[in-house]
Design a protein around this ligand. Structure first.
Ligand SMILES: [Zn+2]
Length: 164
């Protein structure tokens, strides 16, 4: 964009450090702010959400500060997925939750409200009134075909660029 400064790597690093210093979740992880910690290992921590969607709503986050999911290294993301599986079992056992909804918001348009990447693990109870209905209007077969083809084409381009 015109007039926007080009940031050096050094400047970007400095801004990330500043963001970490001001991050409430980093402070909870370091024990500087109290949080209701339910689980913790070397890589991640799960705390109770203070504004839970339902009883037992957990926030699972990497201990290292990453703003969004695409920035999280593969091995850490894999670890978080495995832990989220055990935590959802825990919620079912502990609170007799019927099921569990998990979601991650990546970016403001997706509803992300904090700058530290996290997975929401939300126990579901019958009649809890939460609405995660994301269904839109049906597409025709040719419309779906067109979308699938454009995605596959892009995927091929991207994997050629990254050499994966
Ligand atoms: Zn943080």
């Amino acid at each position: 964009m015109a007039g926007e400064e080009q940031l050096s790597q050094e400047e970007i690093q400095k801004r990330i450090e500043m963001m970490k210093e001001n991050c409430i979740f980093c402070k909870i992880i370091k024990g500087e702010i109290p949080g209701k910690v339910v689980f913790e290992d070397d890589i991640c921590m799960a705390i109770l959400d203070i504004n839970p969607a339902t009883n037992g709503h957990l926030l699972l986050m990497p201990k290292e500060h990453y703003m969004m999911m695409p920035m999280v290294p593969d091995e850490i993301l894999g670890h978080l997925s495995v832990i989220s599986k055990y935590l959802s079992d825990l919620l079912k056992e502990a609170f007799s939750a019927q099921d569990v909804t998990m979601y991650m918001a990546n970016g403001g348009a997706a509803g992300q409200q904090v700058q530290h990447f996290m997975m929401h693990i939300i126990p579901r109870y019958s009649g809890d009134g939460l609405n995660f209905d994301v269904q839109g209007e049906s597409l025709s077969d040719s419309e779906l075909e067109k979308l699938a083809n454009s995605l596959k084409e892009k995927l091929q381009q991207m994997s050629q660029q990254s050499g994966k």
